[in-house]
Every structure is written in C-alpha cells, then in structure tokens.
Write a protein that binds this ligand. Sequence first.
Ligand code: PMV
Length: 313
Amino acid sequence: MITVRAHPSLALIKYWGKSDTDKNYAATSSLAINLKELYTETRVSFAEGEDSVWVDEMIMPKTRYAPFFESLRRILDVNAYFLVKSYSNFPKSAGLASSSSGFAALAYGAAKLVNNETPLSLISEIARLGSASAARAVFEGFTLLKKNTPHAEELFDALYWPELRVIIAIVKAEPKDTSSRLAMELSKNTSPCYASWLEGSDKIFGEALLACKNRDLDELGPLVRKSYLMMFSTMFTSSPPLLYWEPESLGLIKACEKLRAKGHSIWETMDAGPQVKMICLSHESEELMRHLEEEFPHLDFLLSEVGGGPVII
Ligand code: PMV
C-alpha cells in the first residue's frame, strides 16, 4: 500500500481543447505551477478482481475510471487491480484543478506500487490519460505540457521564483455543471473563436516561458491574463455558451484591475469554474489579500506558494 500527496496544477498559460481526443493530447501548450497549500492524498493498494475508487468516502462510478485503469495496466504491463481511496483539502470539480492532483496522485501511487523505478515521464503519460493537466502535476514547481505530446516536463523547480504567490478566491464551492472535458469539446466543435485561440495561444506560450525565466511578473502577468481571456472567448461563443463565471468572479477581475491601476502587480486567472486565482509577489501578498477580504467579506481566500511534486507519505 502507498499513500501519495500531490498538489493541483494551476495553468498560467492554458490548455483548452484536444488535438487527439482518444489519446487525450492537448491542442495548446500550457505552462503551470503547482499550488503548495492545496493537495490531494490518495492511498493505492492492490485489489482482488476489480478496481474501485473512493473519493471522500464515496465510491465512484466504475465507468468514470475504467478506461484509465485499462491504459494504466497496458502501459505498466501488469495484470493487477487497484483499490484507491482519495481525499482533497479543497473543493472538488469546482475549477480548482482537483482532477490534476487526483490523477497525478493516483498514477504516481499505482506506478510506484507496481515498480518503484517507474520514471516520472511515464507516470506523467499515465496521468494524462485521466486528465491532461494531471500530466503536469506529476512534476514539481513550474511545469510544461507541450501540445500534441504524451507527457509533461519540469521547467523550473518549486524554489526557482520563491517570491511568487497565488491568492485563491473561492467564489462557489459546488461542483460545476459541465466538466472541462465536455466543455472543451463543445468549444472546439462550435466556437468561431477556437482557431484564433489555437494560434494566439502558441504565441503567448513562448513569451511566457521567457517571462518566467526572467522572473518578471510585470512581463508574465499580461500574458496570464490574455491566456485565460482568450480561452474564455471560446467558451462564451460556444453553442450553447459556457458560462462558468459568477457575478463575484467579475467583481474580483475588476478589483485586480483597480489594484493594478494603483501600482500593485496582481494578475488574475480562471479555469473551468467561477474561482479566481490571483498571481502576485510575497512582499505585498498579505496586504493584497487583506484588501480583497475586506472588499469581498463573504468569500473565502487562500494564499499559496509554488509547490513540489507528488510525495509518498
Ligand atoms: O485537465 P483537465 O481536463 O481537467 O482540463 C484542464 C483545463 C484548464 O484547467 C481550464 C486549463 C489547464 O491548463 O489546466
């Protein structure tokens, strides 16, 4: 039996859409950081006769995980079944990337159980079959998942840019109505903005790599903002439209804009859900968080550093 703790992967430059749906290859290259304060803990052991997955004491439908386990067995060349028990210290399926930490912990635990020497690149490939963002969460710190590729890679370790912080606003903790898997297919098949998203995303990905290398938030921030807004342009123009935002999401976006006008470096991003994650630097992160807590007293806020990769605990 192995218990693994993994952190969710927050994309600064987003993956949205698949270039190959069966293989779960990403259509855009993404650049992400792991969130240290958030984690999923997953216990994996061998089982008799069938696989079962429990999340927070609830058994998951077999169909949800069956293709994942089939691929895992094929890639690891093993005949075993698995019993998996998992819980997270943050809301799930709400746009906080719980599938990234969940599948990263599961792939890491199962692979290490079968063969302790399994390389991270292979674990990342397995994790990608559950959720493409999970391919990134297998590595530490700053990570990349290039479009059309089977596994992610580490760009920089978790301590490369130690001042970087993320303020996370929990706008609504309930699970979303439309999974990101379905939503990105809808964007691909129906949004007139999808082609320009693919093209624009390539350009800002290259620029963002350089900004990260330079540890320059004023260079990186506008690219982070552009990435999530271009991604949402495909969602808003899908048929039917995908409306993950809540009024407070827009309130927070405008609050960041006002703070920037006052000279603060705070850059928001969002995923397939209403939560807003705001990137800033440690010297002003607590002041910025206090300000946001006062302006949005009914919301919960978390402050996170950049996190490491999965660990066996
Ligand atoms: O990995 P998935 O299928 O949960 O999709 C993740 C999509 C986004 O979170 C919106 C973007 C990303 O790159 O993480």
